[in-house]
Ligand binder design. Structure first.
Ligand SMILES: NC(=O)CCC(=O)C(=O)O
Length: 258
């Protein structure tokens, strides 16, 4: 399965500029014949939470763009996330679409990140992000959710061979990013596909880039630098089964203890 992760510099509060940037990269992606494309967290608006009510949509413009790009590229799009608001309740929401335009995932970030003010402006989701790409069981969480292994374990126990993690993760905690991503891949024996943003926001906070694909043994398959652009990787689904058969972590769980 050929996967492309787009890390780019999100412009806070400027949906038009962000849409134009992604559209440009989507046109470029076609020649790579991708099967899955992944975008970063809150790529439409950035963290302009004060203006959330004006910037968020009800899911339609955000979803419509993903439908268009999925159709144009022929890939399933795991569309990062965007603020989606219905009846005054806004959530950091991730949609995924097939090339045929079917929405296969709507996931709301479950753990709100106080350091970036999310808890003051957004509502937390409470449903796990399980979905399938063709026959492959997948899961998704968003950024800060990465710090909650219980939540990710729940997603994996429901069936997940590839875990997608769109993010806006700062450069100052790059070490946490890399260690936690690897740990989640090792302990859950699944692929981790993590797409971060690049550049700095309007307050001068620098973001890490370093999007990564990690295999179910915990070995990085690819890792980006801090620059904007596509990161490409090949996912070998058989590896998940191989690792899970070799080290029987799931069968060895002491469910009588925890
Ligand atoms: N957007 C986020 O959830 C950021 C999470 C983060 O930076 C962290 O250290 O955790």
């Amino acid at each position: 399965m050929k996967v492309g992760l787009l890390q780019f510099t999100v412009r806070g509060g400027d949906r038009k500029a962000n849409e134009e940037t992604v559209a440009r990269y989507m046109a470029e992606a076609r020649e790579h014949r991708p099967e899955v494309l992944v975008l970063p967290e809150m790529w439409t608006t950035g963290y302009d939470l004060i203006n959330l009510a004006a910037l968020a949509d009800d899911g339609a413009p955000y979803g419509d763009l993903l439908v268009r790009w999925a159709s144009e590229t022929g890939a399933t799009i795991v569309g990062g996330s965007s603020p989606v608001g219905v009846a005054g309740r806004f959530a950091n929401t991730l949609y995924a679409y097939t090339p045929e335009g079917e929405r296969i995932l709507s996931y709301e970030k479950a753990h709100l990140f106080g350091l970036m003010g999310e808890d003051r402006y957004l509502a937390a989701g409470s449903a796990a992000g399980n979905f399938s790409i063709g026959e492959v069981p997948c899961g998704a969480v968003i950024c800060y959710d990465l710090r909650f292994p219980e939540w990710i374990r729940k997603t994996v126990l429901a069936g997940c061979e590839i875990l997608f993690i769109p993010a806006q993760w700062p450069l100052s905690r790059l070490d946490h990013w890399r260690i936690l991503l690897q740990a989640r891949a090792i302990e859950n024996q699944c692929y981790v596909v993590a797409c971060n943003r690049t550049g700095a926001d309007e307050k001068g906070v620098a973001f890490a880039g370093h999007s990564m694909v990690i295999d179910p043994w915990g070995t990085p398959v690819v890792e980006a630098g801090e620059e904007e652009g596509w990161l490409w990787a090949e996912i070998e689904r058989e590896k998940v089964g191989r690792v899970r058969r070799k080290m029987t972590v799931f069968a060895d769980r002491r469910v009588d203890l925890y």
